[in-house]
Design a protein around this ligand. Structure first.
Ligand SMILES: Cc1cc2nc3c(=O)[nH]c(=O)nc-3n(C[C@H](O)[C@H](O)[C@H](O)COP(=O)(O)O)c2cc1C
Length: 172
């Protein structure tokens, strides 16, 4: 098992996959990791749609121009934000909380030797509506991210993003 820091600094968006399926044990770890995220007032305002059906993956890849890599992924997760279950019923809390769950999912994928990429659904209403139509997501649920997952084809190369100038000590 990789250390936490090995995973954090190794994770990168993976957009090319081989066809190996995700095992049941891997799904268990991925989804438990996602749901371990913090959330405002511990409301956990998220739901996850696990997709491993080839036709559904291809349909989404065909209709989502920034998620074409799903056509070669063996699986994907749509991370949904559920405002009705969020703190104060607010969309903003639901989106923040579901985003944390999504990051946990990305990190868990890397820790398992898998690769994944967050592709935006929210806040692009056209893309949200594609996901709603293809996956039967209700109107009051926000499809946040479509995350293709699989074994990376080739090396994963993380970017070095550390910029000391972005750190303000004490005050801006
Ligand atoms: C909110 C959000 C939306 C994104 N949308 C897309 C997308 O639609 N398609 C895509 O290929 N990558 C998408 N990405 C991935 C980013 O391009 C990627 O995280 C960024 O370039 C940094 O690279 P890294 O993930 O390898 O560190 C998105 C990432 C985030 C956080």
């Amino acid at each position: 098992m990789k250390s936490f820091f090995d995973t954090v600094f190794h994770r990168a968006s993976v957009r090319s996959f081989n066809s190996d399926p995700i095992s049941d044990a891997e799904w268990d770890t991925l989804l438990k990791s996602a749901m371990a995220a913090p959330s405002a007032v511990n409301k956990q305002p998220w739901d996850f749609i696990v997709i491993d059906d080839r036709r559904t993956l291809d349909a989404l890849a065909a209709e989502l121009p920034y998620a074409k890599m799903a056509a070669e992924a063996p699986a994907a997760v749509v991370v949904c934000a559920v405002p009705a279950r969020a703190n104060e019923g607010k969309l903003e809390y639901a989106v923040v909380d579901a985003s944390l769950a999504c990051e946990n999912l990305l990190l868990a994928a890397d820790a398992l030797g898998l690769g994944a990429v967050w592709t935006a659904l929210y806040p692009q209403s056209v893309r949200e509506n594609v996901a709603r139509r293809v996956l039967g997501i209700p109107e009051d649920v926000v499809p946040l991210a479509f995350v293709p997952i699989g074994k990376p084809r080739g090396e994963t190369k993380a970017k070095d993003k550390f910029l000391p100038g972005r750190i303000h000590r004490g005050r801006w």
